[in-house]
Design a protein around this ligand. Structure first.
Ligand code: DMJ
Length: 643
């Protein structure tokens, strides 16, 4: 096991050098240099003027000569220019005229308001055309969403999930129509009106009786997907602005009433437990709670309920939801940890952690995510302990879990399956790819890096976390690039042994990291998971680096190529390392709830659902932040591409 840490003060300072504040000495010397240069310019003599004139003449001759050598290129350029409505000022009379073109005109049909709104979103390094390309790509994501919905609606309406190959539905999550509710706020964000209508009317007519009548559901899954989806649908449809009739039929209050009804059924998981740790399952029709077969709850599951229950309390004015769920975090605060890291199981009977297995993949992941997000949701209130727990845990991650692969040094997060005294496992679930986004969010609290630097808001720790976020995001993207399909496996291992025995790869021999990433046969499946595109979305919003959009687009194209099912919907894959890949007969609800939502937001207006105004729950359902520094503006769709 490598003992050396992948980060040093030097790395972080180097990476952020351009943002560092200039010292007083530097400011003085730079000013002197600038004014010297200015003085030199003024002293321009006649000799210098003549030399300049000669250089201009030579340049003109060279330009006109080059043009006559490439007449065909010239005419292509002219045609292209004409197509875009450009005209030469000196038409056909000399090549010099081509140097002075009128600037291209803005596309027609934009109102002054729209122009202003678009200009605001144009990335500094880009231009209007580049931004319009992203709008077109965003539209492609919306089309994918409609295709996924149509498959579900035609073959599985009312079931939890679509089986896109056998054209059936399946209730894998307890039978509350999970795809409908998980997809609804994505449809609202995209302005997909038909989907909003169909989902809204199903929720109004069918959901209440399902909540009363269905059997066993998992507390965590039902909270993040169903309650979370209903609450954000309530907000996005204008419920908090007092709108009592959405334009699409279903009143916002229907979503809130259903969320509350569901929460009233779920509360028993907390209230019947002998400790502050809730049981993992609830039987809806008799409102009873039960532990999982082994008696244990997952640490991530019990700590990933609070955003939803807190928001419900604030909407209803009834504190009981928040009180019950926050007891969990208050209790977790008191438990012994390993440098802020926690085992992945916890007993609702004793309230103690069980075993020593530490990881940020399954059963561990969103514990770390909600520490910072619940703190962000409740800024201004007395939840500093959550921020402290988050900071300590990230230090622990960096010290105990972050390593670099050989031969090419990909930064990854491994596991400690036998605790800190046991051996390190270089295994990383795709689920861990939520971490880059959460790290970036935790560093700047949702504002751009540039703004945070300008206002001197980032500590060394924040900068280091941001750097780690960027490195890990690249690793997650390489988990896609290393395979033949361009899609990531469920689990990857990283080579720490040297070049000789790197084991089975992902099938893309051209990948620079073919030897760094090992994919075992049992881990080659892809479930259409969102974590990498989620992190790309957060990192793009925060760093404004367009490479994150480009990476997201490559992933979207791979989903389109290998997972789209002609008859409707998208399928999971059994093996991402072979082409064509074997398909798996399941479309997870989070493909509509998370994956396509994050891709859509990644390519769109950065003011929509701003990260310092909204916090996204673990299933990508956005809730407004209260008490934040900024006055809440309410949700506004990105109107420019709505069809
Ligand atoms: C989602 O249901 C949530 O993001 C959860 O927290 C973890 N996994 C899935 C998606 O992969």
């Amino acid at each position: 096991m490598s003992k050396s840490l992948p980060y040093s003060m030097k790395d972080v300072h180097y990476d952020n050098a351009k943002f560092r504040q200039r010292s007083f000495f530097k400011v003085i010397t730079q000013n002197m240099l600038t004014s010297n240069r200015k003085r030199e310019c003024v002293k321009c003599t006649t000799g210098k003027f003549l030399t300049l004139l000669m250089i201009c003449g030579l340049a003109y001759l060279m330009l006109t000569r080059m043009s006559s050598i490439h007449p065909s290129t010239d005419s292509t350029a002219k045609n292209a220019g004409d197509q875009h409505g450009e005209k030469l000022i000196v038409d056909g009379s000399g090549r010099l005229g081509r140097l002075w073109r009128k600037p291209p005109r803005l596309p027609p049909l934009l109102t002054p308001d729209e122009i202003t709104s678009r200009n605001r979103t144009i990335h500094k390094s880009g231009n209007l055309n580049v931004e319009l390309d992203w709008k077109a790509r965003q539209q492609r994501v919306k089309e994918a969403f409609i295709h996924a919905w149509l498959g579900y609606k035609n073959y599985a309406m009312g079931y939890d999930e679509l089986m896109p190959l056998s054209h059936r539905g399946v209730d894998g999550l307890g039978g509350l129509g999970a795809t409908i509710i998980d997809a609804l706020d994505t449809a609202m964000i995209m302005g997909a009106d038909e989907v909003i209508n169909e989902a809204g009317s199903w929720i109004e007519k069918i959901l209440p009786e399902r909540i009363d009548g269905k059997g066993q559901v998992n507390l965590f899954e039902t909270t993040i997907r169903i309650m979370g989806g209903l609450l954000s649908a309530y907000h996005l449809s204008g419920g908090e602005q007092g709108s009592n009739a959405s334009q699409n039929g279903t009143k916002p209050v229907v979503y809130l009433e259903n969320a509350r009804k569901l929460a009233d059924h779920l509360l028993v998981a907390f209230t019947s437990s002998p400790s502050a740790i809730p049981f993992s399952d609830v039987v809806l029709h008799d409102r009873s709670a039960h532990p999982a077969p082994d008696g244990l709850s997952s640490t991530s599951e019990v700590s990933t309920l609070q955003l939803e229950f807190n928001y419900l309390s604030s909407l209803t004015g009834d504190p009981k939801y928040s009180l019950e769920s926050m007891k969990v975090l208050e209790h977790l605060k008191t438990l012994p940890k390993v440098e802020g890291l926690v085992p992945i199981y916890i007993s609702p009977h004793s309230g103690e952690f069980s075993g020593e297995n530490i990881r940020l993949g399954s059963r561990g992941d969103s514990y770390y995510e909600y520490l910072i997000k619940v703190w962000l949701q409740n800024q201004g209130s007395n939840l500093t302990y959550l921020h402290n727990m988050y900071e300590e845990s990230i230090k622990g991650v960096k010290h105990l879990l972050v390593r670099k692969s050989v031969p090419n040094g990909l930064v990854f997060v491994g596991e400690l399956p036998y605790g800190p005294q046991g051996s390190f496992s270089p295994k990383m679930d795709h689920l861990v790819c939520f971490l880059p986004g959460t790290l970036a969010l935790g560093a700047t609290k949702g504002i751009t890096k540039e703004k945070a630097m300008r206002e001197n808001l980032l500590s060394f720790e924040d900068l280091e976390n941001l750097k780690l976020a960027e490195d890990l995001a690249m690793t997650c993207v390489e988990m896609y690039s290393v395979t033949s399909t361009g899609l990531a496996p469920e689990i990857a291992y990283f080579n720490m042994e040297g070049e000789s025995d790197s084991g089975p790869g992902g099938g893309n021999k051209d990948s620079k990291y073919a030897k760094d990433i090992i994919i075992k046969p049992a881990d080659r499946h892809n479930l259409l998971r969102p974590e990498t595109v989620e992190s790309l979305f957060f990192l793009f919003r925060i760093t404004e680096d367009p490479k994150y959009r480009e990476w997201g687009w490559e992933i979207f194209e791979a989903f389109e190529k290998y997972t789209k099912v002609d008859s409707g919907g998208y399928s999971s894959l059994d093996d991402v390392t072979t082409v064509p890949p074997q398909r798996r007969d399941k479309m997870e609800t989070f493909f509509l709830g998370e994956t396509l939502k994050y891709l859509y937001l990644l390519f769109g207006d950065t003011n929509v659902l701003a990260l310092d105004e909204y916090v996204f729950n673990s299933e990508a359902h956005p809730f407004p932040i209260r008490g934040g520094s900024r006055k809440h503006r309410g949700f506004q769709q990105d109107k420019s591409i709505l069809s």
